[in-house]
Each structure stands twice: as C-alpha cells, then as structure tokens.
Design a protein around this ligand. Structure first.
Ligand code: ZN
Length: 295
C-alpha cells in the first residue's frame, strides 16, 4: 500500500570523537532534483506507466506484451524538473555512534507520482590519538615508571570537552605491570576505570560510560640503579628474603640469565640451526600488544 517511494541516498559523514562527545551541528549542501509545477499524466501510457504491445506470432494468434513506458520511465506522470541546492542542518547528537544515521525524510530527488526517498548522513567515527571507544566506554593507555606505580602518581588528562582532569592515585595504591593471569595464555592487561568519564549516552547525555585506563609499568634497566639504591630498596620493599640461601659452592652450580625471546621456546637443541632459516614465518605468533597510544 501507499505511494511508491524513491531510493534513499546515503552520505558517509566523518565525525571526530570530540564532536561525538560534545554534539555539533554541521551545515551541508546537497543538490537534488525537484518538480516544477504540477505533474501531468503521461499521454503515451495514459498514466499507467506501462504500454501494451500486440504482436502477431502466428496467423490469427496475437501475443500481448506489457513493457515499461519509456516516456515517463514507468512513473505514469511527467513533470518539468529543476536542480535545487539545499542546505541541511545535520545535528550530531552527543553520544552518537559509528554508523548511526541522521535522516532527512523525503529529501532525495523528487519524482512525479512517487514519494521522494530519504537523505541519510551516516556517522563515520574518526580514530582518535588518545581515546579508543567501545560503546559508551573510552580507553586510554598510560605508562608509569616503577616508582610511580609503587609510590603514587598523578597526571593531567585533557578530556574530549577540553576539561582538565588530574588523575591521582590513592595512598597505598599499587599499579601492576599486568593483571590477574588468564591461565596458560599469560597475563591480562592491568586496567582501572575513572567512573562516569566515558562517552555520553545518546538521548541521555548525563548518563556516561566509564574511562578505562590501561597501565604499562616501565621497570628500570639493568645497571640503572646503583648498589646503594638497591640496598636501600631491599631494606624497604616487601618480600625481602629472610635469610641467605645455604649451599656449598663446591657442590652446586651457579647460573646466570641471558636475554631471550619466548618465540624461540622449543627451538633449542640441534634443530635450532635448521629452523633459523625460516624463523621469519613465526613472527606473528607472539603475543599481540594492545594498540593504544599513551596520553
Ligand atoms: Zn508513460
């Protein structure tokens, strides 16, 4: 039922995360075909949109063929058309998401005897250097020194609306290099949240998601701390061994550690020299780092 409707027109619209956070109105011009005056019924097809052709296929036998009317493109009506430039105000609501659309009903090309289709602007969220978004939640990555991770930290974050937020540890709070272990797969990223500092929800912008902070902890390099520092740390850090290991140096072997890559695990022994030739193939097997940029 109802009148036929013309095709919708979709325009992708790139929108920054800032604009999706704060909301924005963008003025965009479109060109469309509009009808001038009143459409008149097509004389060729008598307003039917189709014409009937009779074809004799044998003596006394006539086939009736129906085909679309070429003069009115099957619309049944003809009209004078003109091109119109139209400026549309596209309202980007706070909290809109990737692929959501802003619709202007009936703003596509007009056609006689037909309802005009819609013009849709489809939000294409741009990548952000600092914030990653999933739903209403945001995520940033923060690298701390071991000192900050153990003894406390604060840093200034500029949010998507320009507010400056000082993110501050609580007394005694410890940031770890990785979260709880996830079975044989190894450690999970260590994340915490700043509650209600994610994206606003569309239609209810006061309800916000959370801001996730994915922490990385940078440990000192070999030899970076002098002996006095190490001695002082040994005294005050928890977990110091209560007594020295007892052994007879004549009977045990002392071993030291060399640098290693877990990708080479299993490649030791005689076969190692053969495997060295195709070691490039295994480059992608290693654990994948989460691709996030530090604020
Ligand atoms: Zn016609």
């Amino acid at each position: 039922g109802g009148p036929r409707k013309g095709e919708n027109v979709n325009h992708p619209l790139k929108v920054s995360l800032e604009d999706l956070y704060n909301g924005k109105t963008v003025k965009l011009a479109i060109n469309r075909q509009v009808i001038v005056g009143e459409p008149t019924p097509c004389r060729t097809c008598d307003g039917q949109g189709v014409v009937v052709e009779l074809r004799q296929i044998a003596l006394g036998m006539v086939q009736q063929l129906q085909r679309r009317c070429h003069d009115c493109n099957g619309l049944g009506y003809r009209a004078k058309m003109k091109k119109e430039r139209k400026v549309l105000e596209v309202h980007i609501d706070k909290g809109m998401r990737h692929n959501q659309r802003v619709t202007f009903r009936g703003m596509a090309d007009e056609q006689p005897n037909m309802e005009a289709g819609d013009v849709n602007f489809i939000v294409q969220e741009k990548e952000h250097d600092v914030f990653k978004r999933k739903g209403a939640d945001l995520l940033i990555t923060k690298t701390l020194s071991l000192n900050e991770a153990l003894c406390g930290f604060e840093w200034m974050l500029t949010h998507l609306d320009g507010r400056q937020i000082v993110i501050q540890s609580r007394p005694g709070e410890v940031i770890k290099p990785e979260g709880r272990t996830g079975g044989a797969g190894g450690g999970m990223p260590f994340v915490k949240i700043v509650s209600n500092e994610g994206m606003p929800s569309r239609g209810n912008p006061f309800v916000k998601g959370n801001l996730y902070v994915l922490f990385k902890v940078e440990f000192p390099e070999d030899g970076e701390m002098d002996e006095a520092t190490v001695a002082a740390l040994r005294k005050c850090l928890p977990g110091a061994p209560e007594m020295d290991l007892e052994y007879d140096e004549e009977e045990v072997e002392i071993a030291h550690l060399d640098h290693a890559d877990v990708k080479n695990f299993g490649k030791g022994g005689v076969a190692a020299s053969q495997d060295a030739y195709d070691s490039d193939d295994d480059d992608e097997r290693g654990p994948k780092a989460v691709q996030c940029q530090q604020s």
